[in-house]
Design a protein around this ligand. Structure first.
Ligand code: GLY
Length: 373
């Protein structure tokens, strides 16, 4: 399916939709980008932007391959979007410090260290004393920690704004505040019906995150199976010398920004489409932060945020063409790794739509694993 000048409509202006729009536009495609909200106001707005495949994808070989590959694209991805948009994007490869607070967790870190060594991935397992030397704020209760130096983080909101700005500079027409209700075929094209009129494209990319399954696709009876998984995220105003790295524990993680902001994430909650913060969520995150770095109790409280992560049943993304409507591409279900997987998703989708190149990686993450989509 090689195409050039006709419109491609990207539904969803979160990190994934914006990355796809930018990639398509810079390869010369004519792009329409539409979202029911403002750019980056779905899951992206409560993302801590952690780039840590060897923590977040360690237990699934397919997800690990995808996330490692995407992390390898990140330096160029950030450089290109900053150059094209003129929008600065905080991006640090500080490494991660994954902390054990009990013997079981220390055992898990030992296994992880052995696995990484066998795979040739740089990592160091630290005892309690070395862990506190590495991170002086770390709790006295820490028994050890694993450092993976290639990991890092980016500011998800800034990156999403930069991507949409860069896409628009390359001619993308962005429509915010316009909900998409239905997508259907017409004379070989696809018509995207929004509450402010219709958009017609010769291809459509469905990148609406947790809301992807709410859009009716005429000719595809089954809805794409993604469910919302709520994540609450806190923003603290840190005082004094900063935490040095992304600091990770099973109960919560910390991301230190250069401006003194400390992000604390994140809850993982089955709460449907309910997008409120809760006392329990905020309490749990504050407790987790203080258990990791007790000095967090002296920080200012600067806000709490909520996002709905789009999860598929196997927690892998859903990327690939519809069998029933081949000019419809799904790019959704990125669950906990939307930021990390954005560069690779954009590349896979643009290769498929513009060059007819179906990357072998798509075989494991296509929509048809969930039925006739
Ligand atoms: N990627 C971190 C989270 O989803 O909480």
């Amino acid at each position: 399916m090689a195409r050039s000048s006709s419109d491609i409509v990207v539904v969803g202006a979160g990190i994934v939709g914006c990355a796809i729009a930018f990639e398509l536009a810079r390869r010369g495609a004519s792009v329409r980008l539409v979202d029911q909200r403002a750019t980056g106001m779905g899951a992206t707005r409560a993302s801590a932007g952690i780039l840590a495949p060897h923590i977040e994808a360690a237990t699934d070989a397919t997800l690990l391959d995808l996330t490692v590959r995407s992390l390898g694209l990140f330096d160029d991805f950030i450089a290109d979007v900053v150059a094209d948009s003129g929008v600065p994007v905080p991006y640090r490869r500080t490494g991660t410090l994954q902390v054990a607070l009990n013997e079981d967790e220390l055992g898990e870190l030992r296994h992880a260290a052995a696995r990484l060594k066998a795979a040739g991935v740089a990592a160091s397992l630290l005892d309690a004393q070395a862990a506190r030397a590495e991170e002086p704020h770390l709790s006295e209760a820490a028994l050890g920690a694993l450092v993976v130096p290639t990991h890092g983080f980016t500011a998800a909101g800034d990156l999403t704004r930069a991507l949409s700005t860069a896409a628009c500079r390359r001619g993308t027409r962005l429509t915010e505040g316009s909900a998409v209700h239905r997508i259907g075929p017409k004379h070989g094209d696809l018509v995207v019906e929004t509450d402010h009129g219709s958009l017609t494209g010769d291809a459509v990319v469905l990148a609406a995150g947790a809301w992807s399954g709410q859009i009716e696709i005429v000719g595809v009876p089954a809805r794409v199976p993604v469910r919302p998984v709520r994540g609450q995220l806190l923003r603290l105003a840190w005082h004094g010398p900063a935490v040095r790295r992304v600091t990770w524990h099973g109960r919560g993680y910390l991301v230190p920004w250069d401006d003194g902001t400390l992000l604390v994430g994140a809850t993982v909650e089955e709460a449907g489409f309910e997008e409120g913060t809760t006392v329990a969520g905020v309490r749990d995150l504050l407790e987790a932060a203080c258990a990791l770095v007790p000095h967090a109790s002296m920080a200012g409280f600067a806000g709490a945020y909520v996002g709905l992560r789009p999860a598929s049943a196997d927690e892998l993304p859903i990327i690939g063409a519809s069998r029933l409507l081949p000019n419809l591409m799904y790019a959704t279900g990125h669950y906990r790794n939307g930021i990390l997987l954005a560069p690779l998703t954009a590349e896979l989708v643009a290769d498929a739509l513009l060059n007819g190149r179906i990357d072998p990686a798509l075989a494991a993450i296509g929509p048809q694993r969930f039925g006739d989509l």
